[in-house]
Design a protein around this ligand. Structure first.
Ligand SMILES: NC(=O)c1ccc[n+]([C@@H]2O[C@H](COP(=O)([O-])OP(=O)(O)OC[C@H]3O[C@@H](n4cnc5c(N)ncnc54)[C@H](O)[C@@H]3O)[C@@H](O)[C@H]2O)c1
Ligand SMILES: CC(C)[C@H](C(=O)O)[C@@H](O)C(=O)O
Ligand SMILES: [Mg+2]
Length: 312
């Protein structure tokens, strides 16, 4: 799917791809997008294919963990004391909100999108967040813009109602502008963040830089049918072909896939432990190279060294 599908079949999401993934336990997704396809009509763009893909797979809960590796505390642009120990789980609603709301239009003079959530959609993602919090530090921060938006008021009221089913979990609320600021001011205050589609998109890119690089953040998109595992970053066109992209976000996504969809806990542990050892031994890709690097590797060499450590 994406650009390659457009070039070979004329559409960004061929039915064959949808059927293939629906018949699978899980999907490991790379990244889509690029200037070449940016001027196509919206319905033919890679991004539209990705959204349709997520919708067809029913993956409403996008889990984006931002955890700092001890070895990389110096890689963040933030001070070590601010970020040491950061362990945030962003729970982003993925198949609703302004990305999918109707009506939507651009007639060349006026353009609009609609941010819409129904109560069942909010309950569904809220449950995911509360259940996850029960296995973590039992704190959920719900991020919205209830001071301005009706849709956020319903979001907040619903989260408050739902929290009664989870008396052990502490629920707090934050406006999205403040949340963006708090993420860089004091990221350790967060355990689970639950939020809508567009706010989660923005806050997860911010969180990635808190822990060092956007090339580090994996994600799991789960729902009722199957699951998609993908790095949070895009196709990084500005560095395409240079061999300097960090492959860790994708590799960690694969580890998440092994753990959560394929029941291969040991294999997942092995990958994650190898990554930690590789970082500890000072191997870095360029995005992390300025900090404590003993050896700077290109994309495929980083993959190779992780494989070597796994085999060890
Ligand atoms: N899930 C996806 O497939 C996805 C996600 C985001 C953006 N996109 C698409 O990707 C294209 C580029 O978008 P963008 O530039 O805003 O976002 P991007 O995430 O591709 O890149 C943002 C910045 O981060 C850097 N970066 C990204 N991944 C990296 C990695 N693994 N290692 C090192 N540096 C990395 C890039 O070089 C760039 O400077 C667009 O077409 C966009 O629609 C796709
Ligand atoms: C490419 C784009 C449609 C996508 C999104 O906004 O969901 C991306 O930014 C992401 O974070 O996965
Ligand atoms: Mg994004």
């Amino acid at each position: 799917m994406g650009g390659i599908a457009i070039d070979t079949t004329g559409v960004p999401l061929p039915q064959e791809t949808v059927d293939g993934v629906l018949n699978s336990d899980a999907c490991l997704f790379g990244a889509i997008g690029g200037e070449k396809w940016d001027t196509l009509p919206r319905e033919l763009r890679p991004e539209t294919g990705l959204l349709k893909f997520r919708e067809e797979m029913g993956v409403y809960a996008n889990l984006r963990p931002a955890i700092i590796y001890d070895e990389l505390v110096n890689a963040s642009t933030l001070k070590p004391e601010v970020i040491t120990g950061v362990d945030i789980m962003i729970v982003r609603e993925l198949i609703g909100g302004i990305y999918f709301g109707k009506p939507r239009e651009n007639d060349g003079f006026k353009a609009f999108n609609t941010m819409v959530y129904t109560k069942p959609e909010i309950v569904r993602i809220g449950k995911t967040a509360f259940e996850l919090a029960m296995k973590r530090d039992k704190r959920v921060c719900s991020v919205d813009k209830a001071n301005v938006l009706e849709v956020s008021q319903l979001w907040r009221d619903t989260m408050n109602e739902l929290s009664k089913d989870y008396p052990e979990v502490t629920l707090s609320h934050m406006y999205v502008d403040n949340a963006a600021m708090q993420l860089v001011r004091n990221p350790k205050q967060f355990d689970v963040i639950v939020t809508g589609n567009i706010f989660g998109d923005i806050l997860s890119d911010t969180a990635s830089m808190v822990v060092g690089s956007i090339g580090l953040l994996p994600s799991a998109s789960t729902g009722d049918k199957t699951a998609i595992y993908e790095p949070i970053h895009g196709s990084a066109p500005d560095i395409a072909g240079m061999g300097i992209a960090n492959p860790l976000a994708t590799i960690v996504s694969a580890a998440m896939m092994l753990r959560y969809s394929l029941n291969e806990e040991k294999a997942a542990d092995l990958i994650e432990e190898s990554i930690k050892s590789v970082l500890k031994d000072g191997y870095r890709t360029k995005d992390l190279a300025a900090y404590d690097a003993k050896e700077v590797l290109n994309t495929s060499a980083m993959g190779d060294v992780i494989v070597k450590y796994i085999n060890k």
